[in-house]
Design a protein around this ligand. Structure first.
Ligand SMILES: [Zn+2]
Length: 407
């Protein structure tokens, strides 16, 4: 996820951070089955490498970035082919760009394939020297931002590739570089697409995964911007979210604050959904390492995205509907359970931050109670302004309580 610099309108996504060990004592058999699947799909292994100190924070154009690229290509070669047909060998997986390299692979669909489903996550991060509570640790490992999103995309690719028969549509797996510099990798791709954007039926973006905004929100996550694919994509996201125990809240594109690659694909006219846990207290700190990852949550998030990708691969094509330029009554309904649940953690905040949180809760509850017929532009301004203020509060607290000692 990129910083808020340059974003004018204050908007917000509510986000969270959890950390649960992978072994869940007392988990139900179905939960353990899904966790087992997450492990089989390699989430821990991929995260363990990409977020290790070896890659030195995966800043673009560094030896650590090259290590991450080589890891991705080594994994992708098992089940996909390079999408850059102007190169051969490992280079076919690379899309060089000024100051960096996107990694892009394809799982070919059934011939004659002329439609594509794009799944992506940025693999770059901040390198060294971000905010740290430990003077001996200056590596910005970017575990939840966004090694976790990368691991989810890899796991989806592995799962699609091992299904019997080729997928109906070609699946394109994209790992963007230079997201942290202002979404530059995905911006380069939409100017230089490796498959036609007009035949790209949908884009699933992952950024900030396996993270908790607050201890009270460890089951909560967000699906942003599905209105860009109209009723078809919205219903697909809704049904994807019904698998597993997470509470997935659908918000309009503006709640992503233009802070991740999803916005470039929307700008290119591709129906897009952006799965995110939003930015909590570990965001852009050196403590966003493997111990900050909630693998329990991550496994379900990988499955949710897989459901969405499978629906896009095999089902009806969504039509592009643009994004909502403003918040909607539906956004208030989606935010309501989150802001009310978050009150369990109100004691973590200063008196002035508490009053901001309480004001948002009061206004969201009021807006929902007044009903859709009374939703007006004043409500839009209230929601966007207050939600943006709350996002600032949520990613400014200490990360310490969000670490999972078992990882
Ligand atoms: Zn980031």
């Amino acid at each position: 996820m990129t910083s808020r610099r340059g974003f004018r309108l204050a908007v917000a996504t509510l986000l969270f951070v959890t950390a649960t060990g992978i072994q869940i004592v007392g988990a139900s058999p179905s939960t353990n089955a899904i966790l087992g699947q997450g492990n089989r799909l390699g989430l821990e292994r991929d995260l363990g490498f990409l977020a290790s100190d070896a890659t030195q924070g995966r800043d673009n154009d560094t030896p650590g970035s090259t290590l991450a690229q080589n890891y991705l290509i080594g994994e992708l070669k098992h089940f996909a082919v390079g999408a850059n047909t102007s190169s051969t060998g490992d280079d076919a997986f690379k899309q060089p760009m000024p100051g960096g390299t996107n990694i892009v692979a394809m799982i070919p669909g059934r011939a004659p394939t002329n439609e594509y489903v794009l799944v992506g996550a940025h693999y770059d991060h901040l390198g060294n020297g971000c905010r740290s509570s430990d003077p001996n640790d200056d590596v910005c490992n970017g575990a939840t931002d966004n090694a976790a999103g990368v691991a989810n995309v890899l796991s989806i690719g592995r799962e699609i590739a091992q299904r019997p028969g080729a997928p109906r549509r070609t699946v394109v797996l994209a790992f963007w570089d230079r997201e942290e510099d202002g979404l530059l990798g995905s911006a380069f791709y939409v100017r230089n697409p490796l498959v036609p954007l007009a035949q790209t039926v949908g884009y699933v973006n992952y950024d900030i995964q396996g993270a908790n905004l607050l201890p009270s929100l460890e089951r909560d996550t967000f699906a942003i911007g599905a209105e860009t694919g109209g009723a078809r994509l919205q219903s697909l996201v809704r049904s994807s979210a019904q698998h597993g125990p997470l509470d997935t809240h659908s918000l309009s594109a503006i709640f992503g604050e233009n802070r991740s690659d999803y916005v470039n694909l929307i700008g290119a006219g591709v129906p897009t959904v952006f799965y995110s846990d939003a930015t909590g207290p570990c965001y852009h700190t050196a403590q966003d390492g493997i111990r900050a990852v909630d693998f329990w949550k991550l496994g379900f998030e990988a499955r949710m995205g897989l459901q969405t990708v499978e629906g896009l691969v095999d089902g009806a094509r969504p039509s592009f509907s643009g994004s909502n330029p403003l918040a909607t009554y539906g956004d208030a309904v989606a935010l309501q359970p989150t802001v009310n649940k978050a009150m369990a953690d109100i004691g973590r905040f200063s008196m002035s931050d508490r009053s901001t949180l309480l004001q948002l809760r009061a206004d969201v509850n009021r807006i929902v109670a007044e009903g859709p017929a009374n939703f007006d532009s004043a409500d839009v301004g209230t929601m966007l302004g207050e939600a943006a203020a709350v996002v600032q509060i949520l990613n400014s607290g200490p990360c310490a309580g969000f670490q999972k000692p078992g990882n």
